[in-house]
Every structure is written in structure tokens, then in C-alpha cells.
Design a protein around this ligand. Structure first.
Ligand code: GDP
Length: 365
């Protein structure tokens, strides 16, 4: 399953945010693929389209799609040199697909800051430096190996060394690996290095309860936004404390609490949506009377692979798919109406699934 790692310095609010995530609680029976681990929380992806499809089809049940958040505690200055539980945590980051970097933007005299004062830019740089140092280590080791292999006259290694040198230069200049422009082929050459700074990042700016509704008045959030803009990264202001309170509520109570705070959507929902986007994911739907359900695919997946997300048998025995786009279906008002308008398409093995497709698969068993 796809996952997002939560990183940040100690005492910035990671555990509080992670607790909110696990409190919000996905129905785990629906997601058998998810890991059972105290450091992993499964989140359901809020999606307006699923609500609309449920109204349209009136199924027995509705199941959102989900992905995992991993709590990666313990990253401190010096981690890349084995400080704290350094190496273990860096290894955990290696396994996630994207990073949510929590930054402390709240002031509270009672909560110690590891660097002595609230300093979001300094904090971001401390973490990023550890990730960069770990990557330098990986790249240096790989360059040595590839140089040796190059002596055999294999062209692939020459190209590999060239790519690694470019990455090395960026890293030595404090730039993340993702800032280096690479072709798809070049990316493939170094994929198995699992560079930490190659992973997409979003910054979660943790603000005080009282600032939840107008977080952009917080001067620290502005600083984080300016930094992130240079990297082209997304910032999600959030109050981890508020989220942990919201997560204990449901339905009406939740709506009322959000209204009192002057919010239209919980910060957690905004964070989940932003992380989903960061992972480069698409959603398609199945809409039967038994179940209306959202499924996650990577951009560019073809119909059989997308079917395989439901069950490997669907991929193996794939014959074709009946497809209608979400917009067409909603405009038509029902599956039959869409069919009459000729909006229900038959697609084959080469069809690239689009975000919002409503699919029905035909397959051999
Ligand atoms: P972690 O070390 O990054 O996991 O940080 P924690 O989530 O354990 O939070 C450290 C302390 O900061 C705890 O006492 C939290 O209650 C507190 N804290 C977290 N978020 C906020 C916040 O938005 N405002 C205030 N005042 N305290 C917070």
C-alpha cells in the first residue's frame, strides 16, 4: 500500500497529529492490504464525488479509498551520523512514498523547543540537512561501485556515474535530489537507491488552537510558505491539537465544532487530500447496488492494472471495461440515462484510466 511518512523534530506535534489520524479511524476490515503496526495509521480519503454517487445509486454500503500514514519519530540533528536512533529512522523514511514534514509554528512557553526557540526555517533546514547527508552517503558509495563496474566497458555504468555526479553536486550544495532534472531513463538507473530527498514533500505548519481558522496571520506560517514556494512545495497549516479533538467527534457534533472554530473542513481532511495529490494518485469508482467504492491508482495505469487493484483475478482475466466519466454520469442522473446518451464506453486493455472514471469490469475467471 502507498504511504506517507510523518517527520519533524521532537516536540513539534507529530504524535498529536498521528493520534488524530488513528483516532479518526478507518474501518480496517475494509482495507485488508493495510499494515498492522502501531506506527501506521490508515486514513480514508474524503471525496465529495463518493457522496454524490451514493445518493445516485443508493447502495448497501459506501467505501472510500485509503492510504497509510507512518509515524517516523526520533529524527534529530546528527541522525545521519547515527545520533538518536538515526539510522533506523532514516531506513523507515526510505520505505515511504512521500513525506509530510511537520513544522512547529505554535508558541507555548511550557513546551520545550529542541533548538531553544520557535524557528521554523531553522527546523526545516535541520531535518533537510540530515536527509541530504544520508543521500550523500548513498550516492558516494554508489559512485565508487559504478566507477569500478565502468572499467568493464559497460555503457550503462558510464551513464549511471554521470547521473550520480549531477545528484552529488546538488546534494553538496544543500539541494534535494528532487531538484535535479532527470529523464525517465535516468530516474530508472538510480531508483533502487531510494534517495530520501527524491521523495515529494509537503509541509504541515502546526499552529495553536486559537489560530486554526486564520493560520495565515501566524508569522511563522508565512516563513514556511516562503521557503516552500522556492521548492514548489505545498504547505498545509493545521492545528494538531484541534485535530485530535475533532477526531473524537462524529457527524453533527463534528460539524458543529468545526463551525464554532470557523472552519469548513477539518485540517486533517485537507492534509489527507493534499498528501493524496502529492503521491500522484487518481481515484476511480465502482458503483453497484451492493457497494459504491473508490479505488486508488497511479496516474497512467491501464484498465487491467486498475482492475488488479480490486483483485489480481480481475487483472489476469480482464476482457474489457464499461466506463462512464463521473461528470457524465452525474449529469445524466443514472447509469441507464448515461447509456441512452451513448456515454457508457467499452474500453479494452490499452485504455488509460482517468481520474473520476466509473468502471465496471468484465473478466474471465
Ligand atoms: P512530537 O515530539 O513531535 O511527536 O510532539 P508531540 O505531538 O508529542 O507534542 C509535543 C507537545 O506539544 C505535547 O505536549 C503537545 O500537547 C504539544 N502540542 C502539540 N501541538 C500543539 C499546539 O498546536 N499548540 C500547543 N500549545 N501545544 C501543542
Amino acid at each position: 500500500a502507498l504511504s506517507c511518512g510523518i517527520v519533524g523534530l521532537p516536540n513539534v506535534g507529530k504524535s498529536t497529529l498521528f493520534n488524530a489520524i488513528t483516532q479518526a479511524g478507518a474501518e480496517s476490515a475494509n482495507y485488508p492490504f493495510c499494515t498492522i503496526d502501531p506506527n501506521v495509521g490508515v486514513v480514508e480519503v474524503p471525496d465529495e464525488r463518493l457522496v454524490k454517487l451514493t445518493e445516485l445509486v443508493v447502495p448497501n454500503r459506501t467505501v472510500p479509498t485509503a492510504f497509510e500514514f507512518v509515524d517516523i519519530a526520533g529524527l534529530v540533528a546528527g541522525a545521519s551520523k547515527g545520533e538518536g536512533l538515526g539510522n533506523k529512522f532514516l531506513a523507515n523514511i526510505r520505505e515511504v512514498d512521500a513525506i509530510v514534514h511537520v513544522v512547529r509554528c505554535f508558541v507555548d512557553e511550557n513546551i520545550t523547543h529542541v533548538a531553544g526557540k520557535v524557528d521554523p526555517l531553522g527546523d526545516i533546514q535541520t531535518i533537510n540537512l540530515e536527509l541530504i547527508l544520508a543521500d550523500i552517503d548513498s550516492v558516494d558509495r554508489r559512485i565508487d561501485r559504478s566507477r569500478k563496474n565502468m572499467k568493464g566497458g559497460n555503457k550503462q555504468y558510464a551513464q549511471e556515474v554521470e547521473v550520480l555526479e549531477r545528484l552529488k553536486e546538488a546534494l553538496y550544495n544543500d539541494q534535494p535530489a528532487r531538484s535535479v532534472e532527470l529523464s525517465d531513463d535516468e530516474r530508472l538507473l538510480i531508483r533502487d537507491l531510494h534517495l530520501l530527498t527524491m521523495k515529494p514533500v509537503l509541509y504541515a505548519a502546526n499552529v495553536n488552537e486559537t489560530e486554526a481558522a486564520n493560520s495565515d496571520d501566524n508569522p511563522y506560517v508565512k516563513i514556511v510558505r516562503e521557503f516552500a514556494a522556492e521548492e514548489g512545495a505545498v504547505v498545509v497549516p493545521i492545528s494538531a491539537k484541534v485535530e485530535s479533538e475533532i477526531a473524537e467527534l462524529e457527524g453533527e457534533d463534528k460539524a458543529m465544532f468545526l463551525e464554532e472554530l470557523g472552519l469548513t473542513q477539518s485540517g486533517l481532511d485537507r492534509l489527507i487530500n493534499a498528501a493524496y495529490k502529492l503521491l500522484g494518485l487518481y481515484t476511480y469508482f465502482t458503483a453497484g447496488v451492493q457497494e459504491v467504492r473508490a479505488w486508488t491508482i497511479r496516474k497512467g495505469m491501464k484498465a487491467p492494472q486498475a482492475a488488479g487493484v480490486i483483485h489480481t483475478d480481475f487483472e489476469r482475466g480482464f476482457i474489457r471495461a464499461e466506463v462512464v466519466s463521473y461528470d457524465d454520469l452525474v449529469a445524466a442522473g443514472s447509469m441507464n440515462a448515461a447509456k441512452e446518451k451513448g456515454q457508457l464506453r467499452l474500453e479494452g486493455k490499452e485504455y488509460v484510466v482517468q481520474d473520476g472514471d466509473v468502471m465496471h469490469f468484465r473478466f474471465n475467471v
